[in-house]
Design a protein around this ligand. Structure first.
Ligand SMILES: [Cu+2]
Length: 70
């Protein structure tokens, strides 16, 4: 299981969180995720996570995701 963290700017309310969550839930390999409105950080857990697919899903919700290197 791997964990990836993204910074997603522009999320301002629970509606934004839900939009991002709905898209992330459809990405293959994603087992679990957390969308934090305060820190603007999106944490994704799963197997064989595809960076491109995750960024595309967040883009689909209307936000730009920037991978955070730990
Ligand atoms: Cu919102």
């Amino acid at each position: 299981m791997a964990t990836k963290v993204y910074r997603v700017d522009g999320m301002t309310c629970q509606h934004c969180v839900k939009a991002v969550s709905d898209e992330l839930a459809q990405v293959p390999g994603v087992a679990k995720f957390d969308v934090n409105l305060d820190t603007k950080l999106v944490t994704v857990d799963g197997d064989s996570l595809d960076d491109g697919a995750i960024v595309a899903a967040i883009d689909e919700a209307g936000y730009e995701a920037l991978a955070v290197t730990e």
